[in-house]
Design a binder for this molecule. Structure first.
Ligand SMILES: Nc1ncnc2c1ncn2[C@@H]1O[C@H](COP(=O)(O)OP(=O)(O)O)[C@@H](O)[C@H]1O
Ligand SMILES: [Mg+2]
Length: 259
């Protein structure tokens, strides 16, 4: 690990590491191990954020957490995602990394569902010393709502801004953002977004945080306030995570230059 290297943020979608058609926490352990092995071959400064998949979305829906405050439902949902996080962290550590669980419930505050503060000093020290922080979509405290559901898709651009990340990849289970013919859209900018918006929708499974539309929306907001390019790619395909980490630009690029 070189201390002067830029920071990479990689999100692994719940659609990749869980069976998202399940309504209660079904992990794809083989996929978690395969991805951990790919990640272990990368030596740069890295933050991992993973989605909640069937460990969070069905629970959040069951307790209607996006509609009303429910303390018990919040705890059950958080506890479930924490189980998935344990699988991810354990697999990464078995693959040879030194990864550390970072649960947003204890370090992040939202206002009406948007992050206003996150305590990131620990993450900075982790990165300096070769640890890999592993965050996840979670239930967090909210100044207005009491609690809200924080998507991993919102955590990624927030950390990218706070830490000045160099490379951002969102691994999901499709070959990027697809058009009406199922072809991967090469680049999305705020100028072509109007034309392709109609092809981008929510998840085909339970996902309370907006599916593919939510990702594109978050990443477009990020490139409006920065010059960072993000990539949405297929992390279910063998080798793609390592390709992204090694600097290959795969899937759909989201940026403000159109290149
Ligand atoms: N234009 C599109 N291209 C790709 N996926 C799309 C599109 N529109 C809607 N989707 C849906 O969004 C899903 C990705 O969002 P989501 O299920 O939230 O993934 P993740 O679990 O990785 O966060 C895809 O699997 C697909 O069902
Ligand atoms: Mg999602």
């Amino acid at each position: 690990m070189k201390a002067e290297e830029g920071i990479t943020i990689l999100k692994i979608g719940g659609s990749v590491i869980t069976d998202k058609s399940s309504d209660d926490g079904s992990a794809k352990l083989d996929e978690i191990e395969r991805i951990a092995a790919e990640i272990s071959r990368f030596s740069g400064r890295l933050i991992i954020v993973h989605g909640a998949g069937s460990f969070g979305h069905p629970q959040a829906k069951r307790y209607a957490l996006t509609e009303k405050f429910d303390a018990k439902g919040a705890i059950i949902t958080h506890d479930s995602v924490k189980n998935l996080n344990r699988f991810v962290v354990n697999s990464l550590n078995k693959a040879g990394l030194n990864s550390v669980p970072v649960h947003p419930i204890g370090n992040t505050v939202c206002e009406n569902g948007r992050i206003v503060r996150m305590f990131i000093e620990g993450i900075r020290i982790m990165l300096k010393n070769g640890f890999v922080p592993v965050l996840h979509g979670d239930v967090v405290m909210d100044t207005v709502l009491g609690i809200s559901i924080l998507s991993g898709d919102q955590i990624v651009p927030f950390l990218a801004m706070q830490l000045g990340a160099e490379r951002i990849g969102i691994g999901s289970a499709k070959d990027g953002v697809l058009d009406n013919e199922g072809k991967t859209i090469e680049t999305i900018t705020s100028s072509n977004f109007r034309d392709i918006e109609k092809y981008i929708g929510a998840s085909e499974n339970t996902d309370v945080t907006g599916g593919m539309f939510g990702k594109v929306d978050e990443l477009l907001k990020l490139c409006e306030i920065s010059s960072i390019t993000s990539y949405i790619f297929n992390a279910s395909k063998n080798g793609n995570v390592l390709k992204f980490l090694n600097g290959e630009n795969i899937g759909t690029a989201i940026n403000n230059t159109g290149k």
